[in-house]
Design a protein around this ligand. Structure first.
Ligand code: PGA
Length: 258
């Protein structure tokens, strides 16, 4: 299975989000074999998008959540509220949150623990900045991010989890990471996560994110170690997103014939 996640960031109002959602459903129509799709609109569009997704295969995700269960935290949205809004997934530790909203590994860890008590599932985002890669310490950096995020976390047996490897220097840029580097990192991530959590192998998906578009998606998706992609900019252009979704479908069809 391949999973394709759309991160619409702070773009798309309610009406645009609905139009996009309907467009994605249209693309999927008639395809039996198709990647899992998770759409992550802004908070304001969640409930409306949810209505369109009822009885479809597409899942709803939030882009972040607050680090507390409830309380006087003006502006935050709790995991229970996301559950209430119909989300199945929530992104944690996206590098833009780490950069602009001061999200630390300790906060990501607190959020992981809150999620573990609900039926929501985490999309944990990790990835090194440029200067760390240049000093050859990328693997160490990502290992630390995962170790701190998962400290003391117990997921239930039925839980699923996605870890998105998103090197900070590739996000929102024209050039993605090299496939060989992504594969090495995916191998490391899978190993480190399974050291910390008692998840079944196939309950963990490791996906790549950063400058994915309709042209380059296939070269990542065709790799068995890459369980999917997390797409920002290109997920908001329907034609581009269609190419990515169809690349995922092609890979799944080809792999089912082997
Ligand atoms: P991008 O963003 O696809 O625009 O590089 C990826 C992300 O924000 O996760």
């Amino acid at each position: 299975m391949k999973t394709i996640i759309a991160n619409w960031k702070m773009h798309l109002g309610i009406r645009e989000s609905l139009a996009h959602t309907r467009g994605v459903l249209q693309i999927m129509m008639g395809h039996e074999t198709f990647p899992d799709v998770i759409l992550c609109p802004s908070f304001t569009a969640l409930s409306e998008v949810r209505k369109v997704l009822v009885r479809t295969r597409v899942r709803l995700g939030a882009q972040t959540m607050g680090p507390e269960r409830f309380g006087a935290f003006t502006g935050e949205v709790s995991v229970a509220q996301l559950d209430d809004a119909g989300c199945q997934w929530v992104m944690l530790g996206h590098s833009e949150r780490r950069l602009w909203a001061g999200e630390t590994d300790a906060m990501v860890n607190a959020k992981m623990k809150l999620i573990a008590q609900t039926s929501l599932m985490p999309i944990l985002c990790v990835g090194e900045p440029d200067e760390v890669r240049r000093t050859g310490k990328a693997e160490e950096f990502v290992t630390r991010q995962i170790t701190e995020a998962l400290q003391g976390v117990r997921l239930t047996n039925s839980a699923r989890m996605i870890v998105a490897y998103e090197p900070v220097w590739a996000i929102g840029r024209g050039t993605p990471a090299m496939v060989a580097d992504v594969l090495a990192m995916h191998q490391l991530i899978r190993r480190v996560v399974l050291q910390h959590l008692s998840l079944k192998e196939d309950a963990l998906s490791v996906v790549y994110g950063g400058a994915i578009d309709g042209e380059n998606a296939y070269q990542f998706l065709r790799e068995p170690l890459v369980n999917g992609v997390l797409v920002g900019g290109a997920s908001m252009k329907l034609q581009e997103f269609e190419k990515i979704l169809l690349a995922g479908r092609d890979v799944m069809l080809a792999q089912s014939q082997v």
